[in-house]
Design a protein around this ligand. Structure first.
Ligand code: SAM
Length: 365
């Protein structure tokens, strides 16, 4: 391309900025953040911010010596890391004191405070681990070989579940607004089942929103089930929340017609791929619902490769992250086809007003 001739609206300089400079910075921020998180720097800064709560949203100050001393870090490595933090603008110099650094504005909410709703550390942390799996993707690209979900390190599975639970939390209000009768029954002690509750983050959010509902979570991942059980006992909720290591088929045997609400959140795409198997899943779910029951299916609707549609980054990211684990996703049309022969009386795509992108499928018994 001639440097002086813009291609559409994109000039050569813009292209360099967009495809080269931003990518280089972005990739380094991912590596830099993932590493800093693993060696405990961000936890340290968070603890420090809590102790000196004044003004913590705008800046946390620290010195290189302090980090090296408190976290036992090599000073050469640390210096390189800190300089990368400075060049990316995440840290800045404290003008008043030599050798004192501080976090740039908004960094506290974005990268340090794990409880902030703007915290992006889970995503960046996950990207960091994706960098390590490139060799595997490379070797499987031509063969199509897939790995089991459970081969993903536990730490990463926890991160994934935290992220899906963040999306799941946004469904609660949407559910409450659209299914007032079922919501009332839950408030009065009705039964809720989460199939594929994983490490229990999504289940915990629903349990908090419905403090009287009786809740059951099932999953086929033994490690996740153990962690979920631990959470329930830490919160002293054993009386109303039960977590079971079991599959759907076994659970149906003794629980037909029991649940007013069932959640299938970010699970369907991970289930065994055959359509026949997945149709069977919907049959079981139908049997588990009580007369007025509703099944809430939270699934990213990912369009096929289609020139008409511009793919959304976060949807495609989800697909790209999970291709190597055999996940299979739906778009709106193929989802309807999947459930069309199930016995549900109504299948509705419930969506929050645009530009929000919160949605779920509601399947009424
Ligand atoms: C991405 S996680 C979602 C966890 C949780 N629902 C959430 O939204 O945070 C998917 C979970 O589904 C579970 N799962 C996959 N297939 C399952 C099946 N056939 N029966 C029960 N759980 C299943 C996995 O073990 C994993 O814990």
């Amino acid at each position: 391309m001639n440097q002086d001739e813009p291609d559409g609206d994109l000039t050569f300089e813009n292209a360099v900025q967009k495809y080269v400079i931003q990518s280089m910075f972005g990739f380094q921020v991912v590596l830099w953040f993932g590493l800093g998180r693993k060696i405990g720097i961000f936890d340290y800064l968070l603890t420090k911010a809590k102790k000196t709560s004044e003004n913590r949203e705008t800046a946390i100050t620290f010195t290189p010596e302090e980090l090296s001393r408190e976290l036992t870090l090599d000073t050469n490595y640390l210096e390189g890391w800190l300089q990368m933090g400075l060049v990316t603008g995440i840290f800045i110099h404290d003008k008043k004191h030599n050798y004192v650094l501080k976090t740039a504005p908004y960094i506290f909410e974005l990268l340090i405070d794990t409880t902030s709703r703007f915290y992006a550390g889970e995503y960046l942390g996950l990207f960091y681990t994706m960098a390590h799996s490139q060799e595997k993707i490379l070797s499987n690209f031509k063969t199509g070989k897939i790995n089991k979900h459970q081969s993903i390190p536990k730490e990463n599975r926890i991160t994934e579940h935290k992220l899906s639970a963040r999306l799941g939390k946004k469904h609660i209000q949407l559910f409450t607004e659209n299914y007032q009768m079922q919501s009332k029954i839950l408030h009065e002690g009705g039964y809720l089942l989460e199939v594929g509750c994983g490490f229990g983050f999504n289940l915990q959010n629903w349990a908090r929103a419905y403090p009287k509902a009786r809740i059951v979570g099932i999953d086929i991942d033994p490690e996740a089930v153990e962690e979920s059980k631990k959470k329930v006992s830490e919160e002293k909720e054993e009386k109303r929340i039960t977590i079971q290591f079991t599959d759907l088929k076994s659970h149906v045997k003794h629980n037909k017609g029991k649940y007013i609400v069932i959640l299938l959140h970010h699970v369907l795409h991970e289930m065994e791929q055959s359509e026949k198997n997945r149709q069977q899943v919907f049959k079981y779910l139908h049997q588990l619902l009580s007369e007025k029951g509703v099944l809430i299916v939270g699934e990213p609707m990912i369009p096929e490769l289609d020139v008409e549609k511009q793919p959304h980054f976060d949807l495609i990211l989800h697909k790209w992250y999970e291709i190597g684990f055999g996940s299979k996703f739906y778009d709106k049309k193929s989802f309807r086809e999947l459930v069309q022969d199930s016995s549900f009386s109504r299948v509705t795509f419930i969506q929050a007003p645009l530009p929000q992108r919160r949605y779920f499928w509601a399947l009424e018994k």
